[in-house]
Design a protein around this ligand. Structure first.
Ligand code: DHB
Length: 313
């Protein structure tokens, strides 16, 4: 008799996901066509591009370049169709029977409030508040300014019943993990997504002596090289939040092995950005199958059983 197929079904903030793997906000989730492709794929949710109040073209090309085999730098500059479009799309996308996640990026607290209110009245299941977009000049990251983060949470919690989450930047100071975890618990944030791409990195082409992305060449680094940073953030928050807040792990998930590493660190689900950008929607199928193999190899019969089961040497 063949082995019973292990399900990787999971949940984020009480919202059930058919598998452990979905897309990350960013690559190929801006237009309705791209979102319907996600709807048809094995991504367990349709996560939409971070929306701003008004549509944006984003930064000039080139704004994306490969780093190594499984990495990217990007300085997209939030190209998107404006939040009203995504609120509208959320209704149409329900036909795929998947969870829908709205993502928002404001330029002021007022803008965040307008967009949270609009998504609270939409058909999305979860609202991800991006406090870590690295490609906007002259803006300090709300996710790195804890006074601003508190003010934002004061204004955006209690605007509706849909779970709210924060897309966080990476932290490398344990004191910052502690402070953010306290705020998350105090304001009843339902989930966190960690980590966003690492902002303001510089790639230099030694042959042309040029930068690889437009303007000053500074861009957000993502993919395989940032995975140890992402894992550390997931683990720190897993320990500090004690299972009270769901965690999306993101940053370098390229296969079942890397998804399993996020699971051991304590992630409730993973999002895939760079690997989707560099490949196609079959990555969700491939990663989920690989995760099932890893669970079988270690004798786990569910995602729940393996969650957080990192061993210390
Ligand atoms: C962009 C990049 C991000 O990492 C993010 O969180 C939001 C937007 C961008 O440049 O489009």
């Amino acid at each position: 008799m063949g082995k019973k197929n292990i399900s990787t079904a999971t949940s984020i903030a009480g919202v059930e996901l058919d598998s452990y793997v979905c897309n990350a906000s960013g690559p190929k989730c801006t237009t309705y066509e791209e979102l319907t492709e996600l709807g048809r794929s094995d991504s367990s949710a349709i996560v939409m591009k971070s929306a701003t109040i008004l549509p944006r073209e984003g930064n000039p090309e080139p704004r994306l370049a490969r780093v190594g085999k499984h990495g990217l730098v990007q300085s997209m500059g939030l190209p998107n169709l404006g939040y009203e479009k995504y609120v509208g799309f959320s209704k149409k996308l329900t036909k795929f029977g998947k969870r829908i996640i709205g993502s928002i990026a404001g330029f002021s607290f007022e803008e965040y409030v307008v967009m949270v209110k609009a998504f609270q009245k939409s058909d999305v299941d979860l609202i991800e508040i991006n406090v870590s977009c690295p490609n906007i000049e002259g803006k300090s990251l709300i996710g790195r300014d804890f006074g601003q983060l508190r003010d934002l949470l004061t204004l955006t919690s209690g605007l509706g019943t849909k779970p709210i989450g924060l897309k966080l930047p990476q932290y490398d100071d344990p004191a910052h993990w502690f402070t953010v975890a306290e705020l998350v618990l105090e304001y009843g944030v339902s989930f966190i997504t960690c980590i966003n791409s690492i902002g303001n990195t510089l790639v230099i082409d030694p042959w042309t002596r040029k930068t690889v992305t437009s303007k000053n060449g500074l861009a957000g680094l993502s993919g395989e090289t940032i995975m140890p940073i992402a894992l550390a953030n997931v683990r720190a928050f897993y320990e500090l939040l004690g299972g009270k807040v769901s965690i999306f792990g993101v940053g370098g998930v390229i296969d079942g092995v890397s998804a399993f590493q996020f699971l051991l660190a304590g992630a409730d689900a993973v999002q895939v950005g760079t690997a989707f950008e560099l490949n196609d929607a079959s990555c969700f199928t491939y990663i989920n199958k690989g995760l099932i193999h890893m669970l079988e190899y270690h004798g786990f019969s569910s995602v729940e059983e393996a969650k957080g089961q990192l061993l210390y040497i």
